[in-house]
Unconditional design. Structure first.
Length: 430
């Protein structure tokens, strides 16, 4: 049987399609994990998270006696510790199954958002399949990292905003999921608290609503406040959810790392710069420790922060150029050539260039009211994300986790417009 382009463009039941695509995303993540080794880890960050989880299992008295052993945000170690208590030695496998589930939920939500944008079913299926198979997203689901949690959370926040725009009242289940996934995400990536607050304010201003502290928002903010009190007591000072910020601020204005921000450098140069970072940190820490014996991790962190700010104030021109390079490094349409092989670099360039181009096309030619709303939310949250992430070492994986879903959705809108033009139709205005 031969179908016309019009018939194919609206094929299938939207909800059923979303569920099937969600299951596909889950399945491909599991298959990829099995291929790589579902019980293995692949990065130093993963080993650090696992070590912190083991430390948390030593008990509260040990934790408060050894806070310096917990240098990363506690969210992911807490999740790993819970999984280890429940599932024992299989906890890493269970974590990857959970991340595969999160990947499936992300695709499901992306489909729902695209349906709200009146994108045809065929385009949604194609874009969702590509997004679910995107190696830049998929790779994070097969390691012990925070990226998949962040991707699901920001996608859910956009979906939540769309519900408010369309004046749909979220169900109790959706409210509970909003609270839980937001809490987990902010504990794993504390900078997302600024994105969350900004999203609340931005949605309020755009929708001109007087009510911003809804029940889920209030519960979440209260829970985060309780956690912040715990963190302050643990580390003996105000740290705003997590330690370790001094590392990024210390190097914030140092132009030596600009080649890594630009991302076009050799593997040897990349290794050289990584060694320079470690040597610089060891020298700075040793210098401070020689002045203050038995200095704690937090005291060293505060020293690095102060030194970083001083350097920026004393070198404003260098700092300005370096910050611009870091902004570019956050949003460049390719992974760092020196940190990955040629194939990975090429694949990233093809994928990111395509969806970045389509996203720019979407943002400069938004037609319907819901497109204008989502575009405004994207721009506002992306600005906040950029401001919070530039104080950390440049890693494009952070931006991939934050924005990849949104960029794919924009790509779906652009392709849908092209198809509508081919069919001689005008998209519905909402």
């Amino acid at each position: 049987m031969i179908y016309s382009l019009q018939e194919l463009s609206d094929i299938g039941n939207p909800r059923r399609n979303s569920l099937i695509l969600s299951f596909y995303a889950f399945a491909i993540s599991i298959v990829y994990s099995l291929f790589r080794g579902i019980g293995k880890t692949y990065s130093q960050d993963s080993l650090d998270y696992i070590s912190s989880a083991d430390n948390l299992l030593n008990g509260l008295s040990w934790i408060f006696s050894n806070p310096d052993s917990l240098a990363k945000p506690l969210g992911l170690p807490l999740l790993l510790a819970v999984l280890k208590i429940v599932f024992g030695s299989a906890y890493i496998t269970c974590f990857k199954i959970l991340m595969a589930t999160f990947h499936g939920l992300t695709i499901f939500l992306a489909c729902k958002i695209m349906q709200k944008l009146q994108i045809r079913s065929l385009i949604i299926i194609i874009v969702a399949l590509l997004m679910a198979s995107d190696p830049l997203i998929l790779s994070s689901t097969t390691d012990v990292t925070t990226e998949t949690i962040a991707t699901l959370t920001i996608t859910y926040w956009i979906y939540w905003s769309v519900l408010l725009f369309t004046r749909q009242k979220p169900s109790m289940i959706k409210e509970l999921f909003f609270i839980s996934i937001s809490f987990i995400c902010i504990l794993t990536r504390p900078n997302y608290v600024f994105v969350f607050i900004g999203l609340l304010v931005g949605t309020k201003l755009i929708l001109k609503t007087s009510r911003i502290l809804t029940r889920p928002n209030t519960i979440l903010i209260f829970s985060l406040a309780i956690y912040e009190i715990f963190v302050c007591f643990l580390y003996g000072g105000f740290l705003f959810l997590a330690p370790g910020s001094g590392l990024g601020i210390y190097f914030l204005c140092k132009s030596q790392l600009n080649p890594q921000s630009i991302g076009i450098l050799s593997s040897s140069k990349n290794s050289e710069l990584n060694s320079w970072v470690l040597d610089s940190l060891n020298a700075a820490s040793s210098s401070f420790s020689s002045q203050k014996v038995s200095a704690s991790f937090i005291e060293i962190n505060q020293y690095l922060t102060k030194e970083g700010i001083t350097y920026c104030l004393n070198n404003p021109a260098e700092g300005f150029i370096t910050v611009l390079a870091k902004v570019y490094g956050t949003w460049r349409p390719y992974v760092s050539f020196g940190a990955y092989n040629y194939v990975t670099f090429t694949v990233s360039l093809v994928i990111l260039s395509l969806i970045t181009f389509c996203s720019v096309r979407f943002l400069i030619s938004r037609k319907t009211s819901i497109e204008k709303f989502i575009g405004s939310i994207m721009i506002w949250t992306s600005l906040l994300f950029t401001l919070t992430i530039i104080v950390t070492p440049t890693q494009i994986r952070h931006r991939i986790a934050f924005a990849e879903t949104m960029l794919w959705i924009c790509t779906g809108v652009v392709i849908n417009r092209w198809l509508a033009k081919r069919l001689g139709q005008t998209p519905k205005r909402l």
